[in-house]
Design a protein around this ligand. Structure first.
Ligand SMILES: [Zn+2]
Length: 122
């Protein structure tokens, strides 16, 4: 008997989606898999908007849109610290810290775009 990795409910019948991750198979109801992918694509779209915004800032004469890896790590730490501070001071309002985490995701992706993204060894 298989449990859906998205909703945790039992999958009855033979209609399911299998996803292999690092040698381990995850199983989903077809609808749950579609919901999971749709949700991820919406998030990727918002991170893409963040990347486009960051590119408008690329006139920075210090790096011409290609900050060093060290500079990106410093910016990641800065915005992660900001997310922590906002989480503590926003008293249950998750929007401010999540806004900072969207920036963290965009900065990390920019760094990988500019300096390479190693594949995970499976
Ligand atoms: Zn499910």
């Amino acid at each position: 008997m298989l449990d859906c990795s998205y909703c945790q409910e039992v999958i009855f019948g033979s209609e399911y989606q299998e996803q292999k991750n690092n040698g381990v198979s995850l199983y989903y109801h077809i609808a749950c898999f579609k919901t999971k992918i749709d949700k991820r694509l919406k998030i990727y779209s918002k991170i893409d908007e963040e990347r486009n915004y960051q590119d408008t800032l690329s006139g920075n004469m210090n790096h011409k849109g290609i900050p060093t890896i060290e500079a990106e790590i410093i910016m990641l730490e800065h915005y992660l610290q900001e997310a922590k501070r906002l989480w503590v001071t926003s008293y249950g309002n998750n929007t401010p810290p999540l806004d900072s985490l969207r920036k963290v995701a965009g900065i990390a992706i920019r760094c990988l775009e500019n300096h390479g993204c190693p594949s995970r060894n499976l």
